[in-house]
Design a protein around this ligand. Structure first.
Ligand SMILES: C[S@@+](CC[C@H](N)C(=O)[O-])C[C@H]1O[C@@H](n2cnc3c(N)ncnc32)[C@H](O)[C@@H]1O
Length: 232
């Protein structure tokens, strides 16, 4: 039996039943095999740019005898798919900039998906900016705390709409905040503490003039987070 981590379990929670799914950059193949074993989907494309990573998925597919339901493909990003071949694509565990590049590089495939389930490790703000500035709507988001880290899962869909977003919500997940998800309190407190430490470290820099603007920017962010907490 495959036991998914909290992060991967939350990603799977966004997959609607009986949809065709692609897991891009699958690595171990846990998600494809889990969703087939649990009868969430019977058509999954499991892909990775790395041969070594994909081999793990191929082995797991064999172990669970899922070869008739999982297609393992090697290649970069969404390029392993054709237009409308799947309904949902997962791109998790990569940097936000790489995720944006993957979407940009296969634009026609990306805009025809029912949803993209994205889990950036870094550059979350830049990924949200890319999505919102390019006609993707953020339709859901969740924050997960695991291994002493906060992970942010973004569900997006291309609508072509021009959606206004307050600046702070490119940094802080807006839907969990508006929904008052329990985790939002500790998440905001953590962001405040982390950024206070960042300022302390910047102040130790030998050339204060160079970091002055950065310090001001971080101070504004901290104040915005405090305001969000006060409004809850
Ligand atoms: C850290 S693992 C994440 C695995 C899994 N998605 C998860 O979230 O647990 C990142 C995987 O993405 C793959 N990868 C990196 N760049 C890629 C790209 N452009 N296209 C497809 N896979 C890529 C790597 O080979 C690696 O197996």
């Amino acid at each position: 039996m495959i036991e998914l981590s909290k992060r991967l379990g939350t990603i799977v929670g966004f997959i609607d039943k009986n949809k065709k799914v692609a897991d891009i950059g699958t690595d171990h193949g846990f998600v494809p095999n889990f969703i087939v074993n649990e009868e969430i989907s019977d058509f999954v494309i499991s892909s990775d740019i790395s041969k070594n990573s994909l081999l793990k998925s191929v082995e797991l597919t064999k172990e669970y005898k899922n070869e008739d339901k999982i297609i393992n493909r090697i290649g970069p990003g969404l390029e392993v798919l054709s237009i409308s071949e799947v309904d949902i694509a997962i791109i998790a565990g990569m940097g936000g900039l790489l995720i944006s590049e993957i979407i940009k590089d296969s634009w026609d495939i990306a805009i025809n998906l029912d949803k993209l389930i994205l889990q950036p490790m870094q550059a979350k703000k830049e990924l949200r900016e890319f999505l919102v500035n390019n006609g993707f709507e953020i339709i859901d988001e969740k924050i997960v705390f695991e291994d002493r880290k906060y992970f942010e899962i973004i569900v997006a869909k291309y609508t072509g709409k021009n959606i206004e977003k307050e600046n702070i919500f490119f940094e802080v997940p807006e839907i969990p905040y508006n929904r008052r998800d329990e985790i939002i309190y500790s998440y905001l407190e953590n962001r405040i503490e982390y950024n206070k430490m960042l300022i302390d470290n910047l102040k130790k820099s030998c050339d204060l003039n160079k970091v002055d603007n950065k310090i001001k920017e971080v101070e504004i962010f901290i104040n915005n987070c405090k305001e969000l907490l006060n409004e809850i």
